[in-house]
Design a protein around this ligand. Structure first.
Ligand code: AMP
Length: 384
């Protein structure tokens, strides 16, 4: 080695939130020599065994100060971090991605307006601020439609489908009283997502577009890369190009640093943006074994100002979420190519407890292994 000693870069990353995403970020940091310190109020957080924990609420100034003191850069693993807390931290230590991305992702209207301003298609949408605004919004968007809370919705919570004019009052009774958004109901062909990273110097690396299957509003299965819509591989390439173009515009507009996910609806070969997540994402878990660089390592590389890694897939993968209860680990691990990730959480209905990724050198083998994993977990294959 010649010349001056190179800048070592951040050694300690503060993470607001200590759930399974914080756990997987901390694990990815270990080979890089990057330690994670998480701010988490909950007892026994999933990140606890692999990260230092500052036990305090996300808006507690003493907790935020303790986090800022211990690290050289702050990031977050869930999007409902109070923006004021992120801004307070940003006065003391770099926060990546910045508070603008966080604030945009917390408000479905701001998110949709950003997509629109960038020329990215979305379902039709209208803000609903009060009861009087709901009927005109229904008239504008048409039925069926989905009424969503603008803030704090996740995994299908905080939304109601309106199928007929008679559903309007009941929908208001369920959700009314907070700012809402009415969206046209999209009869999509598939749900897709793209996970991508932007580095400190503005470089972008996008993972392959994946196909997602939800049940009860919760992600259950991701196929990576998304199967080509037979018999049109050219169209498939077009989807990757469209998705990369749109996520690139979002990343640049937000001057973003880190990993982002954009959830998409595919309709007749075109993509509509549903929402963005300013963090590592459940539909990117397959990258731990299935891509050249995992989304967790990629996020740490980005926020630490290190070069991004290749986002290419290593083969074919599928990721199965284990929700509510966990199967016999031995049965899962008996399937070739299966990798089990348990989050150390107590079982509870609707709670994401673990995931399994299966990898394979070709699509047919992946599909067989996926069927075996689903069988070992007592899960039904997804509806086509
Ligand atoms: P979200 O919380 O916006 O991600 O919505 C959760 C799930 O509800 C999505 O993954 C879709 O399956 C469904 N969904 C949300 N918005 C719409 C829409 N405008 N049209 C059809 N389905 C939707």
């Amino acid at each position: 080695m010649r010349g001056a000693t190179p800048e070592p870069g951040p050694r300690t990353v503060g993470v607001v939130g200590g759930g399974q995403l914080g756990r997987m970020l901390a694990l990815a940091g270990i080979p890089l020599g990057v330690r994670c310190v998480v701010l988490e109020p909950g007892a026994d957080p999933p990140a606890g065994p692999v990260a230092e924990v500052v036990a305090a609420p996300y808006d507690d100034l003493d907790g935020l100060a303790a986090l800022a003191r211990r690290c050289e850069v702050v990031t977050y693993e869930f999007e409902n971090v109070p923006v004021a807390a992120a801004e307070w931290l940003a006065e003391r230590v770099p926060v990546r991605p910045g508070p603008l991305a966080l604030g945009t992702a917390q408000d479905r209207l701001a998110e949709k307006r950003l997509f629109t301003a960038l020329g990215i298609g979305t379902p039709p949408y209208v803000a609903v601020d009060d009861r009087a605004g709901l009927r005109p919004a229904v008239a504008e968007v048409g039925l069926p439609a989905v009424l969503k809370t603008r803030r704090l919705g996740y995994d299908g919570k905080g939304q109601v489908v309106l199928r007929a004019a008679g559903d309007v009052d009941a929908a208001w009774e369920t959700l009314g009283g907070v700012p809402l958004l009415l969206e046209g109901f999209v009869a999509f062909d598939r749900e897709l997502s793209i996970v991508a990273a932007r580095g400190l110097g503005g470089e972008v690396a996008a993972f392959p577009v994946v196909a997602n299957h939800h049940q009860g509003g919760i992600l259950r299965l991701t196929l990576a890369p998304a199967p080509a819509p037979a018999p049109a591989p050219a169209l498939h390439r077009g989807l990757q190009e469209q998705a990369e173009a749109l996520v690139g515009r979002v990343l640049d507009a937000l001057d973003y640093v880190g990993v982002i996910a954009v959830e998409l609806f595919e309709v007749g070969g075109a993509l509509l943006a549903n929402e963005l997540a300013p963090r590592v994402h459940n539909s990117g878990h397959w990258t731990i074994e299935g891509a050249e660089t995992s989304q967790f390592e990629q996020h740490l590389r980005a926020v630490c100002g290190l070069p991004l890694g290749s986002a290419a897939a290593r083969g074919w993968s599928a990721m199965v979420n284990l929700v509510g209860d966990e199967p016999d680990p031995a049965a899962v691990l008996a399937v070739p190519g299966a990798h089990l990730h348990r989050y150390g959480k107590a079982p509870r209905p609707g709670r994401k407890l673990a995931h399994v990724t299966v990898t394979a050198p070709d699509e047919a083998t992946r599909d067989q292994r996926l069927a075996d994993v689903l069988g070992a977990c007592g899960l039904a294959p997804p509806a086509p």
